[in-house]
Design a protein. Structure first.
Length: 76
């Protein structure tokens, strides 16, 4: 069963409380999303570390329940 965009955003916000999260369903199938995550707590982290923090927030759902996530991160 695909994940809802609100569930993805909620998981990210729970793990990264200062994040502003925007989720877009790319294919309309609830299985391919784009996420833009902007957080002050990303300051000083490499892009790889920022992405790892987001993937960790999803608790291993990538590649399973959540098939694809196009991820953009930034420091606010």
């Amino acid at each position: 069963m695909p994940m809802a965009a609100d569930d993805i955003a909620g998981m990210i916000r729970d793990a990264i409380p200062d994040a502003v999260v925007e989720i877009t369903d790319l294919a309309g199938d609830g299985d391919h999303y784009a996420a833009r995550v902007v957080a002050p707590s990303f300051a000083g982290l490499s892009r790889v570390k920022q992405h790892q923090a987001v993937y960790a927030a999803l608790g291993g759902r990538m590649g399973g329940v959540l098939h694809a996530l196009q991820l953009t991160t930034a420091v606010s």
